[in-house]
Design a protein around this ligand. Structure first.
Ligand code: GLA
Ligand code: ZN
Length: 629
């Protein structure tokens, strides 16, 4: 049976409630809970005084009911005594303000003191429970880099950034040349003169901004990997290690695939809606986040925080309709989730998350949401074989964090949002109900039929060659605008007509560009054929969308913010030509096929508040089901 459970914080409640809570959790049909992730002070009330007796009792009570455990290492929320003794551990914002103790994750990844104390609590905790076989997995920290915690501008980070640069460039002239510091007379005589990108007049050097992003990623991942290696060194042989990935991963300053590399599996926190949103994010975008997490280790994943109740810190959001959160759970399982925990057993009455509602609300009644989770667990408990089955996508969407950070450091168009441009190309294929991998650009591509390359402005010769080979061998590529504009220093190559290293591959020449809210690459077709042209006067001589034959394959170039209808046509044409397996459904009905050695299944989700029909199956509003063929 898959692991199905809730996030449980027994330390939030009177001890005498624990047995009743665990019984209520058990009656949901659960076999696992996650505990511990924010309880550092409970384990080390004073420096060096470790006491795990509270959790010893919790674990014994859970074992008595046959409930296994995922234990979170507590480094996301350090004790007040640590911050008051060593204020240098507190991170700083770009204005030089130290972040106050009081929220969470306000630590500096480069603080040696923070690393020392984090390493010690992690080691003491994991050693204490290494032979506890009811603990089946460790979660390292909580949502690395979330809520703005991936950036710190303290003097320690500044100093470490300069060291990072000296190692990368070796001599200062090489850095000056690579960054083009001659511009605005910014030549450095020494690495110690180099700033971090705190507020200035106008803007910083683009190469500096990209190297700063790379340094932020290296800092966060170095901390994460140090803590992970401590867990792996001291954990029991059967205990696995993971970390929980938050949403908004393309708005973070760290490479997620690098972050989870030492983990046994990826865990994701799936929140289709959060405080302040009038409605959930679109079904296609939820799907993309799931595919992204499956792509991190190229394997199925866990969800350790699945939304059931409305969520928000100081602002509450949309309330999932009956069965809507359950339908999102079906969608997550369809896209490769193998094991799921709902966030959280009971909403807390005190502290910052009074409005992060759980399975049970403050009244402690087992109501609608309790029954919805119970029904999900009852329905899903017999599908372990399907859930564990690998997903074989024929389409891949590739991304590169250097490229994401390049766009974030100079968005060129005031409305530009990388995730939206990735979705412009992802959604039309999602709507055809075909599995899609969302993977880093340096993965092997030869097994795919279609590779989608959204707004990849940094394309080096190596990637260009890989894409050429993919196409020569019969693949189809879909580029969108600004492809090949920049090099790895975040600069524009001189005397290289666009789209740079993929000019032959795309069979076009981009003469000029305009970056309003609607983007325009003004294209002259060379070997490519023109599919769409711009309508208005000035642009009418240029192509907007082209298709080029290259080797045995085809290359589409979407030169602007093409609207959905046109994108749908292109996607459908490609899937037909490439014989990609698709399932046509009416709007808001998602179908995801999964296969075991013997059988074929369809996960069907109705994302709407209307009755829908699929192949004779009637789907009530937000209904979801699995059909075995
Ligand atoms: C995040 C965190 C949790 C909690 C929830 C609330 O996912 O991991 O600790 O803050 O959000 O929705
Ligand atoms: Zn710092």
């Amino acid at each position: 049976m898959p692991y199905l459970g809730v996030d449980y914080y027994p330390e939030h409640w009177p001890k005498e409630m624990m047995e009743e809570d665990i019984q209520g959790i058990k009656e949901l049909g659960e076999n696992i809970v996650r505990i511990g992730e924010f309880a550092w002070h409970l384990m080390e009330k004073k420096e060096g005084q470790f006491d795990f007796s509270f959790f010893d009792g919790v674990i014994q009570s859970l074992k008595n009911k046959g409930v296994d455990i995922m234990f979170g290492t507590p480094t996301a929320t350090f004790p007040a005594w640590l911050a008051s003794t060593y204020p240098s551990i507190l991170s700083e914002d770009e204005y030089g303000h130290k972040r106050a103790f009081g929220g969470r994750r306000q630590y500096c990844f480069n603080s040696e003191i923070y690393r020392k104390y984090s390493a010690r609590i992690t080691e003491e905790l994991v050693k204490h429970y290494s032979s506890e076989n009811s603990i089946i997995a460790w979660q390292v920290d909580n949502e690395f880099g979330h809520e703005g915690s991936d950036l710190c501008y303290c003097s320690n980070c500044h100093n470490k950034f300069q060291i990072y640069l000296s190692k990368k460039y070796e001599d200062i002239d090489h850095l000056n040349e690579s960054w083009g510091t001659i511009f605005w007379g910014q030549n450095y005589n020494d690495f110690s003169e180099i700033p971090i990108p705190t507020p200035t007049i106008t803007t910083h050097n683009p190469s500096l901004k990209l190297d700063w992003a790379r340094f932020r990623s290296a800092s966060l991942n170095s901390f994460a990997h140090e803590m992970t290696s401590i867990v792996k060194k001291h954990k029991g042989a059967e205990q696995q290690v993971t970390t929980n990935v938050s949403g908004g991963f393309f708005n973070k300053w760290f490479d997620h695939a690098e972050n989870v590399k030492p983990m046994d599996f990826v865990s994701y926190d799936n929140y289709p809606v959060w405080g302040g949103l009038e409605e959930p994010i679109p079904p296609a975008e939820i799907a993309m986040t799931l595919d992204f997490n499956r792509g991190l280790l190229d394997k199925n994943f866990w969800i350790v925080e699945e939304l059931m109740g409305a969520q928000g810190h100081d602002v509450i959001g949309y309330l999932p309709r009956p069965n809507q959160a359950k339908m999102w759970s079906y969608q997550a399982f369809a896209h490769g989730c193998t094991d799921m925990l709902y966030f959280r057993w009971r909403g807390m009455t005190k502290g910052a998350e009074q409005f992060c509602f759980g399975v049970v609300d403050h009244d402690n009644q087992y109501g609608r949401k309790y029954k919805e989770v119970q029904s999900l667990f009852h329905e899903m408990k017999d599908y372990e074989e399907v859930l564990q089955a690998p997903i074989e996508a024929e389409i891949a969407v590739i991304y590169d964090y250097d490229n994401v950070w390049s766009w974030r450091s100079q968005q060129q168009s005031k409305d530009f949002e990388f995730k939206d441009e990735l979705m412009r190309l992802y959604r039309p294929f999602y709507d055809l109900n075909t599995p899609i991998d969302v993977i880093p650009y340096d993965r092997e591509l030869s097994a795919y039929k279609v590779v989608v390359v959204p707004v990849m402005q940094i394309i080096d010769e190596q990637l260009a060659e890989k894409l050429e080979n993919f196409t020569k061998n019969g693949g189809t590529i879909v580029f969108s605008f600004r492809a090949g504009l920049k090099d790895k220093n975040n600069n524009i190559p001189f005397k290289e007509p666009l789209p740079g290293p993929v000019r032959i591959l795309t069979g076009i020449h981009v003469q000029e560009v305009e970056a309003l809210s609607a983007w325009r690459d003004l294209i002259t077709a060379e070997t490519a054929e023109v599919l769409f042209e711009y309508s208005d006067e000035f642009y009418s001589q240029y192509a907007a969308v082209t298709r080029n034959l290259f080797g045995n394959g085809k290359v589409y170039y979407i030169g602007g913010g093409l609207e959905d209808q046109a994108m749908n046509m292109i996607a459908k044409e490609i899937t037909v030509q490439q014989e990609v397996s698709i399932t046509e459904t009416e709007e808001c009905v998602e179908v995801y096929k999964r296969y075991t050695d013997q059988d074929e299944y369809s996960f069907i989700m109705n994302h709407s508040d209307q009755v829908k029909i699929f192949e004779g199956h009637s789907l009530q509003p937000y209904e979801s089901k699995i059909i075995k063929h």
